[in-house]
Design a protein around this ligand. Structure first.
Ligand code: THU
Length: 131
């Protein structure tokens, strides 16, 4: 698997998931255009709506480090094979991706399916389209 490094990074991040409410740990890892890898986990809150997803954490790490382009992103959940990013995260990934950017979906052993972000979020909202 050529995404082994991304998978290991997402798995390590997932181990730090703060998900005492859902008990549903998630990890994500991004390879940015620079080649650097940024990982994240879901971070929940006692005020439930204030929690956020693993993909959002990984994007935050990337942006803070100065990278702005996602080459590929991998998502992994402890209790679900082939988790796909939620709607909000699809939009957040799109912000830093191109239509064909690969999103790798995993089981416990590695990548089981790869889909383009445009297939997960067709006709996405894009301010570039405004008149
Ligand atoms: N979650 C993610 O981290 N990523 C997703 O794409 C879907 C859901 C998290 C949010 C929450 O902490 C837990 O999974 C259960 O919904």
């Amino acid at each position: 698997m050529t995404q082994q490094d991304l998978f290991e990074s997402a798995k390590a991040a997932m181990a730090h998931s703060h998900s005492p409410y859902s008990k549903f740990p998630v990890g994500a890892a991004i390879r940015a255009k620079s080649g650097a890898i940024y990982a994240g986990c879901n971070i929940e809150n006692a005020s439930y709506p204030e929690g956020w997803c693993a993909e959002t954490s990984a994007i935050s790490q990337m942006v803070v480090a100065g990278d702005t382009e996602i080459s590929e992103i991998l998502v992994l959940a402890e209790k679900m094979d082939k988790i796909t990013p939620c709607g909000g995260c699809r939009q957040r990934i799109s912000e830093f991706a191109s239509a064909s950017t690969p999103v790798h979906l995993c089981d416990a052993n590695g990548v089981v399916e790869t889909v383009a972000i445009e297939d997960l979020l067709p006709k996405s909202f894009d301010l570039d389209d405004h008149t």
